[in-house]
Ligand binder design. Structure first.
Ligand code: S3P
Length: 192
């Protein structure tokens, strides 16, 4: 041993451990917001899989849904997940459906430290109502229908989400000031 990294006390020349953090959870859980904030704090590049899909395909997620249907979107999503989840030392946030198709959840667990941002259907509904973007799966639905849809879909999706290596309850992350607190909790959880 001939020296130390001052920041991490690793021996100089010793290979740095690669970290790849993958954030999952239902629409409206705050995956992109938390991912971005964590990336800023840790100075690690951030990839949002939906944005990555849009830039690679030169189309919005909505356009892909409209042109190819959900099935076509899921194939693209699966293929491009395999691109981003090969990048090293990155933070990735994934669309809410990713863990529930193909072997995506097993693959993500193999590739990195998966974190499920867990919230109740009521909290998710509240966030989605406040948010600006309309998700293709929620389009043309009344508020009541959206509520029922979230309830039903969460029951189906939770068993997949629960396979994540870490679970962070984000029910109390109800305004921007609280994001820092939750990012700190996440860093504790991941020992980062
Ligand atoms: C989806 C979630 C969306 C997007 C697409 C489908 C889903 O991403 O991938 O509209 O099936 O839950 P967000 O979870 O980032 O909204």
């Amino acid at each position: 041993m001939y020296g130390y990294c001052k920041e991490c006390s690793r021996a100089k020349g010793e290979k740095k451990e690669m970290r790849r953090i993958i954030i999952i959870g239902y629409m409206g859980a705050g995956k992109t917001t938390v991912g971005k904030a964590l990336s800023k704090q840790l100075n690690m590049p951030f990839y949002d899989l939906d944005w990555y899909i849009e830039s690679r395909m030169r189309k919005t997620v909505k356009e892909i849904f409209d042109e190819r249907g959900e099935e076509g979107f899921r194939i693209i999503e699966h293929n491009l997940l395999h691109e981003v989840a090969e990048f090293e030392d990155v933070i990735i946030s994934c669309g809410g459906g990713v863990p529930c198709f193909y072997d995506n959840m097993e693959y993500m667990n193999q590739q990195g430290e998966t974190v499920y941002l867990k919230a109740t259907p009521e909290v998710l509904y509240g966030h989605l109502k406040m948010g600006k973007s309309v998700r293709p799966l929620l389009e043309n639905k009344t508020q009541e229908e959206v509520k029922d849809f979230i309830n039903e879909q969460l029951k189906i999706r939770e068993p997949y989400y629960n396979k994540a290596k870490y679970i962070l309850d984000v029910n109390l992350m109800d305004d921007y000031d609280k994001i820092r607190i939750f990012v700190t909790k996440l860093r504790d959880l991941l020992a980062l």
